[in-house]
Design a protein around this ligand. Sequence first.
Ligand code: 5GP
Ligand code: ZN
Length: 135
Amino acid sequence: MESCIFCKIIKGEIPCTKVYEDEVGLAFLDVNPINPGHTLLIPKEHHENIHEMPDELLEKLMPTAKKIANAIKFSIGATGINIGQNNGTDAGQVIWHYHMHIIPRFAGDGLKHWPGKPYMLGEAEETAEKIKSVL
Ligand code: 5GP
Ligand code: ZN
């Protein structure tokens, strides 16, 4: 992908602060971190988001996410880790190359959990049926 910023990072055309690399993926610090150590893990192959990611690639990448989460926890003393992954504009995706956010968390760091909304009567069952119908 010619115009993809993360492909350019993989090719070394744009600099990054690399923390890990293997034949499948690359992990580097987010330029605008929620907390220091906030890391992005990307596949070297370009895929827009979860909907395009091949299962085999997801399988290969997930152990790396765990490796990096452990490293963040034990090196900088994070007392929690969020792993997040945005798919689509309405979910906050701005870079169209699949990436996982691995985010160190600390007590009182100011990041709030997302607000939950309870279901109306029968809505949970109806919603689950819709999802199950296409699985
Ligand atoms: P998204 O909202 O697409 O899930 O997240 C994109 C993330 O990429 C953002 O957190 C943003 O700070 C980060 N980002 C965007 N451009 C660059 C860049 O050129 N270098 C690095 N290291 N991070 C970037
Ligand atoms: Zn790309």
